[in-house]
Design a protein around this ligand. Structure first.
Ligand code: EPZ
Length: 421
C-alpha cells in the first residue's frame, strides 16, 4: 500500500486545476442504463471509484470507454444482458447501489447487493428502497441482495424523505424518469450533484422540475435518448484545496472553482480569516494573517456546511487561535481523523457527534493512518503546516476521490511525494 510523505514547509503559491465531481460522475454513469442510446460524459475525474463504477456497468453488459486519458467517458447500455450487481463489486463502493433505480425503471427487475457499511457509518439504504416502493416496486431482501421487480413498470408516486439523502434522491430521480405518470419527491437533497444529474437527464429527454429545491417533480416518459454532458466541478475537491493556503500561507488560485458551489463553506472561511476572491479563471484564496481564527461548524445537507469538508476544516482549526466546536450531524462516526491529528499534537476532545478543538501553535509531523477518503486528505493538509515529516499510510482511500494530489500540491511548492508500498 502506498504512503504519502509530506514535509512542513513554507507558503504555497500557484494554481490548482479542479476536476469534475466524483459524486456527480458516480450518479451520471448509471444514468446510461436508462437509455439504449450513447451517453458521453466530459470533464470526468480520473479516480479509482470511476474505474469501479466502470467495471460494475460493464458486468451488466454496458460498454464504457475511457477516452482522452479518462477525461471523457463514452457509455452505451444498448445491450444490457445482466441485471444483477454482484457483492464483490458493490462492497468496494457504496455508490454501486445507484444502478438499482435505473435497472428497475428500464427492465422492470434488478438484483443488487446491499452495499454494507463503511468506516464512517452503517450507511443503510432503506430510503432508496422506500422511495422505489412508493413508485410501485416490489422488493425482497434475500442473502444480502435486494431483489426488486416492477411488473408492468414503475408508476408515478409521491414520497417524502424523512431525512435528506443524496443517494436515495438520485436513485428515485433516475427511476422516476421512466415511471408511468408523475412522481413528486419531497425533502429531496439539493446538492449540486443532484442538479447536475437532473440537467443530464433533461438532455436525455426526462421531464424534471424543481431540481436544487426540496421538491422535485418528474413526469415519466416512455424512453430516454442519449446525450453529451460535462460533469460539474467537484465542490469537495475545490473546498479541500481552498484550505491548503490557509494552512501554510501564500496564495493559490483554484482553476474552475465556482463560488456558488461552496457558499456556506466560504462563510466559515471568511470568519476564520481566509480571503476568497472570484477571478476570471476561478477562485483565489489567501490567509489574511499568520494564524486562522477559531470558528464553530455544523455539518448539514446542501446548502449547509458539507460533511465531506468537515475533516479538512478540523485539521485547519487544530492550529487556530481559540477553541472551535464541530458538530457532525450527517454521519455517526466521522471523527476518525481526530486521533490521528492528536498524534500530531492537536488538542481535540470528541464526545459523540461533537468535537471540541483547542487551537495549538503548531502541529508536529508524525506517521499517521488514513481511515477514509476525506480523513486522508485532511492529514496531508495538516502535514503541510506541521513541523517535520508526516507519513500518511493507506492512501488507497485518497486515490478514490482525489486525482494526483501530490502533483497538484507540489506544483504550488509543497514538499510531498508518494512512496510506493
Ligand atoms: C453521498 O453519500 C456522498 N457519496 C457522500 O460522499 C456524502 O458524504 C453524502 O452524500 C452526504 O452528502 C456519493 O455521492 C457517492 P446520504 P450518500 O444518503 O448518498 C442516512 C465522499 O466522501 N441514510 O445523503 O450515501 C445515512 O446513513 C462520500 O465523497 C439512511 O439512513 O449519503 C447518512 O447518515 C462520503 N438511509 C445520511 O442519511 C438511506 O437509505 C445522509 O446520507 C440513505 C441514507
Amino acid at each position: 500500500m502506498d504512503s504519502i510523505l509530506v514535509k512542513g514547509n513554507g507558503p504555497l503559491n500557484g494554481t490548482i486545476p479542479i476536476a469534475g465531481a466524483k459524486n456527480a460522475c458516480l450518479t451520471l454513469m448509471p444514468a446510461t442504463l436508462l437509455s439504449e442510446e450513447p451517453l458521453t460524459l466530459t470533464n470526468a475525474p480520473r479516480l479509482s471509484d470511476i474505474k469501479t463504477m466502470t467495471a460494475l456497468l460493464q458486468s451488466l453488459g454496458a460498454e464504457v470507454s475511457s477516452l482522452q486519458g479518462g477525461q471523457v467517458l463514452a457509455l452505451s447500455s444498448h445491450d444490457i444482458y445482466n441485471q444483477k450487481a454482484d457483492y464483490d463489486i458493490v462492497r468496494k463502493m457504496r455508490a454501486s447501489i445507484l444502478v438499482l433505480g435505473p435497472l428497475l425503471a428500464r427492465f422492470g427487475h434488478a438484483v443488487v447487493s446491499l452495499p454494507g457499511g463503511c468506516a464512517i457509518g452503517a450507511r443503510p439504504v432503506d430510503l432508496h428502497l422506500r422511495a422505489l416502493e412508493a413508485m410501485g416496486a416490489e422488493l425482497e431482501l434475500k442473502d444480502g441482495y435486494v431483489h426488486a421487480s416492477a411488473p408492468g413498470g414503475l408508476k408515478g408516486g409521491t414520497f417524502e424523505f424523512p431525512i435528506v439523502s443524496v443517494g436515495a434522491t438520485e436513485n428515485a430521480l433516475m427511476a422516476a424518469t421512466l415511471a408511468k405518470g408523475t412522481t413528486v419527491l419531497k425533502n429531496a437533497a439539493r446538492e449540486p450533484e443532484i442538479v447536475d444529474l437532473a440537467h443530464c437527464l433533461q438532455k436525455m429527454g426526462a421531464q424534471i422540475e424543481g431540481e436544487g429545491t426540496s421538491t422535485i417533480t418528474i413526469q415519466g416518459v416512455d424512453r430516454l435518448s442519449g446525450a453529451t454532458h460535462p460533469v460539474v466541478t467537484d465542490r469537495i475537491e475545490l473546498g479541500t484545496y481552498m484550505l491548503a493556503p490557509a494552512f501554510t500561507g501564500g496564495e493559490v488560485e483554484l482553476l474552475g472553482g465556482r463560488i456558488d458551489l461552496v457558499g456556506a463553506f466560504c462563510e466559515k472561511l471568511d470568519a476564520a480569516g481566509i480571503e476568497v476572491t472570484e477571478t476570471k479563471k476561478g477562485l483565489k484564496v489567501a490567509r489574511r494573517g499568520d494564524r486562522v481564527k477559531a470558528v464553530d461548524v455544523v455539518t448539514e445537507p446542501f446548502p449547509g456546511f458539507p460533511t465531506d469538508l468537515q475533516a479538512q476544516m478540523m485539521a485547519l482549526l487544530c492550529t487556530a487561535e481559540g477553541t472551535s466546536v464541530l458538530e457532525e450531524k450527517i454521519f455517526e462516526n466521522r471523527f476518525m481523523h481526530a486521533p490521528e491529528l492528536i498524534r500530531m499534537g492537536a488538542n481535540i476532545e470528541v464526545h459523540g457527534g461533537t468535537a471540541t478543538v483547542h487551537g495549538v501553535e503548531h502541529l508536529r509531523g508524525a506517521p499517521v493512518m488514513a481511515t477514509d477518503l476525506r480523513a486522508s486528505v485532511s492529514l496531508i493538509l495538516a502535514g503541510l503546516a506541521a513541523e517535520g515529516e508526516t507519513i500518511v499510510s493507506r492512501v488507497y482511500h485518497l486515490d478514490r476521490g482525489y486525482e494526483r494530489v501530490e502533483e497538484k500540491l507540489r506544483a504550488c511548492g509543497a514538499q510531498i511525494e508518494r512512496i510506493e508500498g
